[in-house]
Design a protein around this ligand. Structure first.
Ligand code: GLN
Length: 207
């Protein structure tokens, strides 16, 4: 039998509770992560939506930024939604002066990209590799989009409707994945199931 993964949710700021519920529904155990000791315990990490500048400052203040970078470099699976996508990007545009990320995904993300036009935006997105190919109804709130990806990054989805059609909004690089939208806010938890499966497979490889 495969072990039930324990997936941490970075709980410095943002919509932590919604991710916890979606992950538990996907069969994972969860732990709110605020301290390096908690980060050490988990098999994987979700970085929620919220505000990336606040998350960055709190991660610095709680001495979590370097431990987060080290665990990701060591192969811990991680998934970021919206602000979490920004935190996992190697490069950001329109960040706050001096804004740092954890990094890990070889991409450039433009912060508040959709939000410059409207604060929130909805679009269907078909996600590559999900359980069924019904389009995902995606909710974007002052969301980033991905401007550029490196060769090792797989594009999982693009906005399909509206003036922003074609923009990259979901990516995966190895054990890291990110979406510009918030699957934790809708009842459709395919993204969390996909991530929980990725985590189970990563744990089997390490056994
Ligand atoms: N605009 C926010 C940021 O820069 C992201 C918004 C969100 O997570 N809903 O972090």
């Amino acid at each position: 039998m495969t072990a039930v993964p324990e997936i941490g949710v970075l709980a410095l700021q943002g919509d932590v509770r919604e991710h916890v519920l979606a992950l538990e529904e996907a069969g994972a155990r969860t732990l709110a992560v605020r301290r390096p000791e908690e980060l050490e315990r988990v098999d994987a990490l979700v970085i929620p939506g919220g505000e990336s500048t606040t998350m960055w400052k709190l991660a610095r203040a709680f001495d979590l930024l370097d431990p987060l970078r080290k665990r990701i470099e060591a192969g811990m699976p991680a998934y970021g939604s919206c602000a979490g996508m920004i935190m996992l990007a190697d490069r950001i545009q329109d960040g706050m002066e001096g804004q740092e990320t954890i990094g890990g995904i070889d991409m450039t993300v433009r912060r508040n990209a959709f939000g410059r036009q409207v604060d929130s935006f909805e679009s269907d997105v078909r996600l590559d590799g999900m359980d069924d190919d019904a389009p995902y109804h995606a909710v974007f709130i002052r969301a980033p989009w991905v401007e550029r990806v490196g060769d090792d990054v797989r594009v999982l989805g693009r906005a399909e409707t509206g003036t922003n059609a074609g923009r990259i909004v979901a990516v995966r690089q190895g054990r890291l994945m990110a979406t510009a939208f918030h699957p934790e806010l809708t009842g459709d938890h395919r993204v969390h199931h996909y991530f929980a499966d990725l985590v189970r497979r990563a744990m089997e490889q390490e056994d």
